[in-house]
Design a protein around this ligand. Structure first.
Ligand SMILES: [Zn+2]
Length: 311
């Protein structure tokens, strides 16, 4: 059908004035590049709200052009200080997904510890420090990962970075990864509590974003690939996270979700989807790169990464 319409969802993480920030090597999008990308998207698509997105997926809304929806993972401070003011000025509604443990406990996710350590140290130095600490704590751990799986999971990284990330995020058990990273983080980056306060939004800022028209959603409590927690464990993580969102945020008609890590192979399963539906989520986003037809499953919404968007 030639007049079939699609919903294109674009996902963002760090959006910063990178050269003037404390960690210029962090893998993020420069604010100017963000602004020009949004302008280009706005010229080409109808910038969708949460409500229009759900109406489109219900078949109740047939837009005159394709839709574009902007999403932001991890509840980063710049989503409040840089992104929200810009979107509000341009009458665009963004969806922002919060990892509740970070805000509630002022803890830094191990995935972010890894980003900032990699931005602070030369890769070989980091890799050596990581493997040395790992061998000290747990000499019996096998550090080999499948190179093809690594490349497929981390499309935007070089091979050795992708393999270290796969080892770290998927192969090591949580307490071991945590121990190694905590040691390195303290050694190179200092106090985690203060770092978390600068890295993530707080609840006041989250509510202020809602007041400016933004939609907030869930991204789990601890940002661990949910199936790794087991059936009961992932239900519990999602229950805690959702309770916090409902208690701390202003009421919203729709509560969306973004799967931590997002790739359909290891980031969620049917238990995850069932739990999200029971908890009252409206829809959930993966990182599967594709546009969405109106018939797309509401809990398997595809997203482009910002670097996939070419103009
Ligand atoms: Zn995330």
């Amino acid at each position: 059908m030639s007049n079939e319409r699609f919903l294109r969802v674009v996902n963002y993480h760090y959006v910063r004035d990178l050269p003037n920030s404390n960690y210029p090597r962090i893998k993020g999008l420069h604010i100017n590049a963000f602004r020009s990308q949004v302008k280009a998207l706005q010229a080409r698509y109808i910038m969708a709200t949460m409500e229009q997105t759900m109406a489109f997926l219900s078949g109740e809304f047939q837009p005159s052009r394709d839709l574009c929806l902007l999403t932001f993972d991890d509840g980063l401070k710049e989503h409040y200080s840089i992104v929200t003011p810009y979107l509000a000025e341009n009458n665009i509604q963004g969806l922002f997904f919060l990892t509740t443990a970070c805000i509630e406990e002022h803890s830094v996710l191990s995935v972010h510890k890894n980003h900032f350590l990699m931005a602070s140290l030369e890769f070989q130095e980091y890799r050596n420090a990581f493997l040395t600490n790992l061998a000290k704590i747990s000499p019996e751990t096998n550090t080999h990962v499948d190179p093809i799986k690594a490349a497929a999971t981390y499309r935007f990284d070089t091979q050795d970075v992708a393999e270290l990330k796969l080892l770290l995020n998927f192969h090591l058990n949580d307490s071991l990864r945590q121990q190694v990273l905590d040691g390195l983080f303290q050694q190179y980056l200092g106090d985690e509590f203060l770092f978390a306060q600068e890295l993530y939004v707080d609840w006041n800022e989250a509510r202020a974003m809602q007041e400016l028209g933004m939609i907030l959603g869930g991204h789990s409590h601890r940002h661990i690939p949910l199936p790794k927690l087991g059936d009961a464990g992932q239900r519990e993580d999602l229950r805690i996270s959702t309770e916090l969102l409902r208690k701390r945020l202003l009421p919203q008609q729709h509560l969306p979700f973004s799967y931590p890590y997002g790739n359909p192979v290891a980031s969620f399963n049917e238990i995850t989807i069932g739990a999200l539906q029971e908890l009252g989520y409206s829809c959930a986003f993966t990182t599967q790169v594709n546009p969405n037809a109106a018939t797309q499953d509401w809990f398997l919404l595809n997203r482009f990464d910002t670097v996939d968007v070419k103009f």
